[in-house]
Design a protein around this ligand. Sequence first.
Ligand code: FUB
Length: 310
Amino acid sequence: VPAIVALLCVVTVIPGTARADNPIVQTIYTADPAPLVHNGRVYLYTGHDEDGSTYFTMKEWRVWSSADLANWTDHGSPMSVATFGWASADAWAGQAVYRNGKFYWYVPVKDRASGQMAIGVGVSNSPTGPFTDAIGRPLVRNGEIDPTVFIDDDGQAYLYWGNPNLWYVRLNADMISYSGSPSQIPLTTAGFGTRTGNTSRPTLYEEGPWVYKRNGLYYNVFAARCCSEFVAYSTAPGPTGPWTYRGTVMPTQGSSFTNHPGVIDYNGGSYFFYHNGALPGGGGFTRSVAVERFTYNADGSIPTINMSTT
Ligand code: FUB
């Protein structure tokens, strides 16, 4: 198998409304996109839904990269469940970040000992791996999923994650340990919107947080309201809140009952990554990652972004 396989062709780029061919990956099913801009290139970290999957049967993560968000290079699978000796299954939604010459990839995966989901961290000298288990044990073990990592301007790194709760912890500068205990972010309806018909989960927050800072404002874009998820967001004046619910980003899941956000600025544009079931044979457990270009409103709010297939 060639190490590098170009997957897509260049498409028309219209300022403000430009699109890449979607789905981004058309050779396998992919899910849970996590883009990272590094050295003028976008690295896209995803999960891999196995063909014919009838649950979230995911054994490995994959990496893709592009300089133009139209032509993508396949970097294969540099990290899998087997990377973590303590893990047994479920290569679910993670995020990679660069710090001090290394790439750290935070992922939820099933802890064999407890049978519960935990968060592991892979490390590599390259954005495309191979990644090794950074600490040889879970970084966090509380049965919850979907880590997002964010490094603030003052150098303090934060790890957020959770379903059904929303947690954060301050990572130490080594990125593989933390100070203090994980804290829960209060899931208030003011902060995360109002869910109807589910008294055990009164807010829209479900999973898949993606936290970042832009023009001094902190954003938390997340998957809302299982199990016909849409993508919504909240903002805050600081990394730990208080969060204010700001509304819908992407209204649908496109024949996958989940959706999962990843947001970047790159080469003067803003891009929203997500997944749906758009490939032939696609659905809730056979998903595909996609991307839309968008423009923030003047007040920093995110416009409604719809899925495209072109
Ligand atoms: O891909 C497995 C799980 O489905 C992820 O962890 C969630 O975010 C949802 O996309």
